[in-house]
Ligand binder design. Structure first.
Ligand SMILES: [Zn+2]
Length: 314
């Protein structure tokens, strides 16, 4: 198999693996980002998000997060063709052995209950990126769906400071604009958005303003365009609609700072022809045809690889 390499910064397959009847290695119809699909799509880097129901009480959330981490190591990173990545050295080894580089991120940090101790434990377990919220509010900040529209709480600031200390990446996806402003005010290093699009192209609260996009670019951060159809366009959404978002970010100067975070296994509305990781194979060819080999391969893979090189510990 000689696929065009792809990096994807966000799938939610771990959540589905909480069901003991669904295994990563099986071709269960429920799974969009299982082993065979990732291989067929040419995915060379995959960030696996730890997402749990934010309505659960924090102890239940944390228990589920720990079970998802177990699924990551037992079912995914245990495979010979996959390597769990915690450091730049791990990444170097994965490339040398032509393994899929697999990383863990936390999508919504309600399970922390504001505790930097729990954050540090998750870091010990290999978690390398954190989004402070999902759409709701939690102890750290308000999500983009919270009407109150608050920024970071005191606990949120403490967690943010510890994340910088641990060199964990800060994921702005799902955070309310007020929280995005706070993060940008309280930090000066790279930030990223693992799965979000451009609000100037499609006005949705989950998408990024031009000011935020420019700031992510200026800081050498990274933006992963996402395939949840509601964040891409109205009506029946096609791959060309995704390219409108990519074109816009390129116009803002993002040629080294943009890529993809599909949200496979987390989407509720699909794009025609882009519903599972295996669809990356034809999609990647379309990207190369449209943007040329140099820019196309940077967007598909190289930009996120460079971001990981900047962000991961040695
Ligand atoms: Zn999400």
């Amino acid at each position: 198999m000689n696929r065009i390499p792809v990096a994807d910064a966000h799938v939610d397959v771990l959540m589905k693996l909480l069901n003991p009847d669904i295994r990563f290695h099986s071709d269960h119809p429920e799974l969009a980002a299982n082993y065979a699909s990732l291989q067929q799509g040419g995915v060379a880097t995959q960030v696996f998000a730890l997402f749990v129901e934010p309505k659960w009480d924090p102890a239940t959330q944390l228990y589920a997060v720990l079970r998802e981490i177990d699924a990551f190591y037992e079912q995914i990173a245990s495979l010979a063709s996959i390597r769990a990545i915690r450091t730049r050295e791990d990444l170097r080894m994965a490339r040398q052995q032509q393994q899929l580089a697999a990383l863990l991120s936390l999508e919504g940090a309600g399970c922390l209950r504001g505790s930097v101790e729990v954050l540090r434990i998750l870091h010990h377990l290999g978690v390398r990126g954190v989004g402070l919220t999902w759409n709701d509010a939690n102890e750290l900040a308000d999500g983009c769906g919270e009407l109150r529209g608050g920024g970071l709480t005191r606990a949120g600031r403490d967690v943010l400071r510890e994340m910088q200390h641990l060199s964990m990446w800060i994921d702005l996806a799902h955070l309310h604009d007020a929280g995005v402003r706070d993060v940008l005010r309280l930090t000066d290093g790279p930030v990223m958005a693992s799965h979000a699009n451009a609000r100037a192209v499609h006005a949705h609260r989950r998408n990024l303003t031009d000011d935020t996009i420019r700031e992510i670019i200026r800081r050498q951060g990274w933006i992963g365009l996402t395939f949840e159809a509601r964040f891409v366009a109205e009506g029946q959404v096609r791959i060309d609609d995704v390219f409108r978002h990519l074109d816009h970010i390129l116009e803002l100067g993002g040629q080294h700072h943009v890529g993809f975070g599909s949200d496979f296994d987390g989407t509720s509305n699909d794009i025609v022809g882009l519903t599972a990781s295996r669809d990356y194979a034809p999609f990647a060819q379309q990207v190369l045809d449209r943007y040329g080999r140099e820019l196309g391969s940077a967007v598909l893979f190289g930009n996120f690889e460079a971001f990981l090189q900047r962000q991961l510990p040695p």
